[in-house]
Design a protein around this ligand. Structure first.
Ligand SMILES: [Zn+2]
Length: 59
C-alpha cells in the first residue's frame, strides 16, 4: 500500500455570476444591480441605483 497524498478538503462551491449576481438591465449600463423588481409570477428585473426608477414599471 502506497501513501496517498493528502488532498485538501476543499469543496468547490458554485457561485452565481458577479458579486451581487445581477447586472442592470438599462441599455448600455450593466452595473451591479442591487434593486430587483418582480411580480410574483414573473421573472425579476434588476437595476442599479441610478436606474432603479425604471424597475417600477415592472411592478
Ligand atoms: Zn444602471
Amino acid at each position: 500500500m502506497s501513501d496517498e497524498p493528502t488532498r485538501p478538503g476543499e469543496a468547490i462551491q458554485p457561485r452565481e455570476r458577479g458579486q451581487l449576481g445581477h447586472a442592470c438591465e438599462h441599455a448600455g449600463c450593466g452595473k451591479d444591480a442591487g434593486w430587483g423588481f418582480a411580480k410574483p409570477t414573473q421573472a425579476s428585473h434588476w437595476f442599479c441605483y441610478e436606474h432603479r426608477g425604471e424597475g417600477e414599471r415592472f411592478l
